[in-house]
Write a protein that binds this ligand. Sequence first.
Ligand code: FOL
Length: 188
Amino acid sequence: MDQQKINLVVAACNKGGIGIEGRIPWRLKQDLAFFKKITTTTKDLQKQNAVVMGRKTWFSIPEKFRPLPNRVNIVLSRDLPRAPEGAYLARSLSEAVTMLSTNPLGAKVESVFVIGGSSVYEEAMTSGSFPCTLYLTRVLGDFECDTFIPSPDDCKFHKVPNGDNIPIENQTLSENGIDFRFEVYEKE
Ligand code: FOL
């Protein structure tokens, strides 16, 4: 794993909303396809990426899709008695990052992706402990939400040009009447 750098992947609507009642308020196939691709693709074909998520996010993923295939899955919880089947358990984000950069996992993990939920995103965005790249799908609408991410601008993230394999920034995509676009931010 490259020097404790982490990536965040999230889709958020106008007011930063990401979820309601344990689920995602919209259904965007192209966005999920992007999620799958960016979290799965590695340069070194011998390695996998890791996805780090809170307990509620783990249980929100449809059972047939978890553990997310071809990725090292880490679930964060202080309370679970054991790791869910197919996943590793860590007690905190920093413990997860340490596990992933230490052998045996360290040898086979290329990049770390934090995939939610709101408290994990918030910690990663505000802690200042790790340099981050944030892959933000901006869903251009107002959806009723009960969980949110902080504004990237308030967390000292700077928008950067989208790299290869990511649909062009400023290009608005549309799916079943919902407009959205892919943005990339970085924080030292
Ligand atoms: N980031 C973005 N951009 N969009 C999201 O929907 C998203 N969702 C989560 C975290 N970051 C996100 C957390 N929720 C699956 C389901 C829920 C989920 C994350 C992933 C999931 O089932 N993924 C499958 C693909 C399923 C499909 O193709 O329909 C996977 O293999 O990644």
